[in-house]
Design a protein around this ligand. Structure first.
Ligand code: GDP
Ligand code: MG
Length: 162
């Protein structure tokens, strides 16, 4: 079977937009309202001749008590079933307490984690992305899911990691 990449992160950081970029079509639901993706949704993807499955999730809500809401549960299941995890952070917001809690959860799973610093729409955003080294997950890969910036380089890393 194709290796599985789980896309996780807080609501509204651009996970579904990034999934659509990866797929090259609009299948994942993008919303300005946080928390629209409720369950795990799997899509077949292809990059450089490598097939893989990308799993979109609803992510972790700021106010989920102990991060144990049903949506967060689905995200944790997605991580458990994945071969690698793409953790998406909004570089324009920076690392929040929820992001840091997600990092702790990801460490426990021992899955390989790739850090995507999203919403880096132009050069100016690079500095904001660099701050995310503080999450301790290695190099933040800056991307703009909206405009496609950096997504090809990110996918090269994904394929190497899967
Ligand atoms: P999700 O909840 O993490 O799946 O986030 P969505 O993909 O639904 O996106 C939430 C909002 O962020 C939408 O209004 C998107 O258009 C916007 N967004 C996503 N990616 C980017 C990006 O790279 N740059 C900017 N400026 N906005 C983005
Ligand atoms: Mg979504």
């Amino acid at each position: 079977p194709a290796p599985v990449l789980a896309i996780v992160g807080r609501p509204n950081v651009g996970k579904s937009t990034l999934v659509n970029r990866i797929l090259g079509r609009r299948e994942a639901v993008v919303e300005d309202t946080p928390g629209v993706t409720r369950d795990r949704v799997s899509y077949p993807a292809l990059w450089n001749g490598q097939r893989f499955t990308v799993v979109d999730t609803g992510g972790w809500e700021q106010d989920a008590r102990g991060m144990a809401s049903r949506v967060a549960e689905q995200a944790e299941i997605a991580v458990e079933l994945a071969d690698a995890v793409l953790f998406v952070v909004d570089a324009t917001v920076g690392a929040t307490a929820t992001d840091e809690a997600v990092v702790r959860m990801l460490r426990r799973t021992r899955k390989p984690v790739i850090l995507a610093a999203n919403k880096v729409d132009d050069e100016r955003g690079q500095l904001e992305a660099a701050v995310l080294w503080s999450l301790g997950l290695g190099e933040p890969r800056s991307v703009s899911a909206l405009h496609g910036r950096g997504v090809a380089d990110l996918l090269d890393v994904v394929i190497e990691t899967l």
